[in-house]
Design a protein around this ligand. Structure first.
Ligand code: SAM
Length: 411
């Protein structure tokens, strides 16, 4: 982990003064939603509570923010859409609040993860999950003891990313997990495997670049796999207890491009609550390439359609970046506009970003683009967020970087 990453982690949700604009009651609701306490200790951290804590995901929304936005802007039992659902934070909080969540994302890992986390389970299924994880660990141990080789031709990328014995152990765990065909636990077990991959690899972190040497003892991979399966079972059990009765159905979660949204079920959506990718900040494709490979998920749709990707923006001249971001957002607004009911709220959580020395002010670009796409900016709440990225630091010299909760309404 680099020094920049360390600071970024420690200072996510830093608190501080919030500026508001637009309709005062709505702005107050937005301000309350982003006014979440800094995460200090792991035990009391809402972002790690029950299923939220299972499996890392870059730029997750704070669960309290998601919960407050859903409660403030969706009618009771309303249909709440998150078209960039990622790991499913908004969907989970919407289920807890008794709403009817719909989630889509272009990243197949996000779809798998959000589906897993938003499917309420009976205790018997969770017990079976832990039993099957134990079988996976026993299978890996047996293959290690008998010095069995790999079960398949291992990709060169993985040969470089893992110590040889760790790679073989992971391959054995995967082999057994995949054998539970036509069984819902198969996908859970594969996500458990996905959740431990980075920790067991030489990768420095989910979003960090580069590798670091690692020395892992034999059997460690199976041990953390088993621990994680137990954690998932406990988290799903705790989540179930938070849900209203009768127990809701699993959330609707589908792969879809937010600039198209062709997979949604018929009928208008009451509210959209979402955090689109921050322009030029992450590369979900690159961050998740290893996991997609292990899960056998296709990266091609994300490769073609990822919005805001940092590597794509590196190819854009800084002066043209705001125009490019505005065009991407316009396609998204047009797609959402086809599903949202008239007057319906579109709530966006977005941060300013930069391409070279040029700041991309999310609030300004969104307001201008939205007007041209059948939405009007109704209210906003913004809080200053530190910017540590050396090469783009100059962009925020005149005005600091901020995170915004923006309310647009369909005209
Ligand atoms: C900021 S993250 C959302 C995180 C989410 N709120 C959570 O709490 O986990 C943005 C998401 O946008 C997705 N994404 C990027 N381009 C997309 C597109 N064109 N259509 C749909 N999703 C896209 C990424 O895969 C990522 O999951």
């Amino acid at each position: 982990m680099t020094e920049d990453d360390r600071k970024r982690r420690a200072l996510t949700h830093v608190g501080g003064r919030i500026d508001t604009a637009g309709d005062a009651p709505d702005a107050k609701l937005l301000a309350h939603a982003i006014d979440v306490p800094p995460s200090t200790d792991a035990d009391g951290d809402p972002s790690r509570a029950h299923v939220h804590g299972f499996h890392t995901y870059p730029a997750r929304m704070h669960p309290d923010t998601a919960s407050r936005l859903v409660k403030a802007f969706s009618p009771e039992k309303g249909r709440v859409l998150d078209p960039f659902c990622g790991s499913g934070t908004v969907l989970i909080e919407a289920m807890i609040a008794g709403h009817n969540p719909l989630g889509t994302d272009l990243n197949p890992l996000a779809v798998r993860l959000a589906r897993c986390k938003t499917r309420p389970r009976e205790e018997a299924e969770l017990e079976a999950l832990v039993e099957k994880a134990t079988e996976c660990a026993a299978h890996a141990e047996e293959r290690r003891r008998t010095k069995a080789g790999a079960t398949r031709r291992l990709p060169q990328e993985d040969v470089e990313l893992f110590e040889p014995h760790v790679l073989l152990e992971l391959d054995s765990l995967r082999d057994k997990a995949m054998s539970f065909q036509a069984d819902r636990s198969q996908q859970d077990l594969m996500l458990v495997l996905s959740s431990v991959l980075v920790k067991l690899s030489r990768k420095r972190g989910d979003t960090a670049t580069g590798t670091a040497p690692r020395r892992t003892s034999p059997g460690f991979a199976s041990k953390v796999f088993l621990q994680k399966a137990g954690e998932l079972a406990r988290a799903m059990s705790a989540f179930r207890k938070l849900l209203p009765t009768p127990l809701p159905r699993p959330a609707f979660v589908k792969p879809d491009n937010a600039t198209e949204l062709t997979s949604l079920p018929a009928g208008p959506v009451d509210a959209v609550v979402t955090s689109p990718p921050y322009a030029a900040t992450y590369d979900y494709l690159e961050h998740h390439a290893m996991r997609l490979r292990w899960l056998g998920l296709s990266a091609s749709a994300l490769q073609r359609g990822e919005m805001g990707s940092r590597s794509a923006y590196r190819r854009v001249p800084p002066a043209a970046a705001a125009g490019e971001w505005s065009r991407e957002l316009a396609r998204f607004f047009a797609a959402v506009g086809r599903s949202l009911k008239p007057g319906g709220p579109l709530v966006l959580l977005m941060a300013d970003s930069a391409v070279g020395p040029v700041a991309l002010r999310a609030d300004e670009i969104v307001a201008e683009t939205a007007r041209a796409c059948g939405f009007y900016p109704a209210a906003r709440a913004s809080q200053v967020r530190p910017h540590f990225h050396g090469p783009t630091m100059a962009a925020f010299r005149a005005r600091p970087r901020a995170e915004h909760a923006i309310l647009l309404r369909k005209t």
